[in-house]
Design a protein around this ligand. Structure first.
Ligand code: AN7
Length: 350
């Protein structure tokens, strides 16, 4: 049967959706699990990359958005709203367009990567820059969605988590069991919460006897869950996870504890170094998406994590095209030569 989106594929597990709901879908999910041979050799384990950047709008957010938008339409919504560091905005804009809903997205001014902002605009959302942080914007959309009949599609919307848990199902379906470790970036903490729910549900359904250990990774300048308190002015090159008050922080910490996992923070330098390593495997991701693998790398190299012979999945949450400036701003512009064969010969002989 041709693939028709994750709601159809995992309908039996999406019990919150009304029976008569008609999927609003762009055929999200079903993303590849790509082996990372160089990283595997370096760390002495089998590292696989769940490349969520290959979803329709370039990030894992599409998994939650197909379910949230399907539910919103079934409930009769005509407009939706979210706060976002960028990927949620682009995803909400696309699925709202598909469903014929008005869409408002609030983003922190000047802190959203170019590809995400352009996406939200292209899909026709009303984009509003807030002179504040993501956390400020989230507080605003929470309140307006109470006051007015506008569906809130942030990951505090339970349908978002329901959709995102399907990534765990796909991992078990691909590997035949859960991986030993699952490494992923943590911002608002919805995704790690969703993965854990997915693994637990599949475990209860008898699809995997084992559960993974979770390695949740924040950026040092935006690490409220590692520090144990909110961060008022989060700062990191990984703008996607520039979040100081994670809405699902408590659930995330509980999931990490239940899995006998870890939550830790990596520096911007470690994130960018891992972005480069992943690109050297042929998988270019945005900076935030490298955080999970960066955390794994550091722990293994420091001798704090024994992964020999283990199967490790790193979730690559967003495509590198989302944030081209993260590359072009740090590297010199490509060399220019005259349009002559001699100039080309000289350069190649260097
Ligand atoms: C690429 O788009 O919060 O821990 O508003 O875009 O579930 O928040 C994005 C988060 C990781 C963190 N990787 O996931 C938003 C937003 C990428 C992201 C995360 C985000 P959560």
């Amino acid at each position: 049967m041709p693939y028709s989106g994750l709601i159809t594929r995992y309908r039996d597990y999406l019990t919150h959706l009304p029976n008569n709901a008609i999927p609003v879908t762009l055929l999200e999910g079903n993303t590849p699990l790509i082996p990372a041979p160089r990283l595997s050799a370096e760390l002495g384990c089998d590292v696989r990359l769940k490349f969520e950047g290959l979803n329709p709008t370039g990030s894992f957010k599409d998994r939650g958005m197909t379910v949230a938008m399907t539910a919103a339409v079934a409930e009769g919504a005509t407009a939706c709203i979210c706060a976002s560091t960028g990927n949620t905005a682009a995803s909400a804009a696309a699925y709202a367009a598909r469903a014929g809903l008005a869409c408002y997205v609030l983003i922190p001014q000047g802190k959203v990567a170019a590809g995400k902002l352009a996406g939200a605009v292209a899909y026709g959302a009303t984009v509003i820059q807030v002179q504040g942080s993501f956390d400020d914007a989230l507080a605003m959309v929470r309140e307006i969605s109470q006051r007015r009949p506008i569906a809130l599609v942030n990951s505090i919307n339970p349908h978002r988590i329901e959709g995102q848990k399907t990534a765990a199902f796909e991992l078990v379906d691909a590997l035949g069991r859960a991986p030993d470790w699952l490494c992923l970036p943590v911002g608002n903490a919805g995704n790690i919460t969703a993965y854990w729910r997915g693994f637990v549900e599949y475990h209860l359904a008898g699809k995997t006897s084992a559960l993974p250990q979770l390695l949740g990774v924040q950026a040092e300048g935006a690490a409220p869950l590692v520090l144990g308190h909110a961060v008022e002015k989060p700062e990191t090159v990984a703008t996607a996870i520039r979040i100081g008050r994670p809405a699902r922080g408590k659930e995330a910490l509980q999931a990490v504890a239940e899995s006998s996992g870890r939550i830790l923070a990596v520096s911007d330098a470690e994130i960018l170094e891992m972005q480069k390593r992943l690109a050297a495997e042929g998988v270019w991701c945005e900076p935030a998406s490298a955080a999970g693998a960066a955390g794994l790398f550091r722990e293994v190299k420091a001798g704090r994590l024994d992964v020999r012979g283990k199967t490790i999945v790193c979730v690559i949450t967003g495509h590198g095209l989302k944030d081209p400036d993260a590359i072009t701003a740090r590297f010199p512009a490509p060399r220019a030569i005259p349009a002559t064969m001699s100039a080309l010969e000289r350069l190649i002989a260097e």
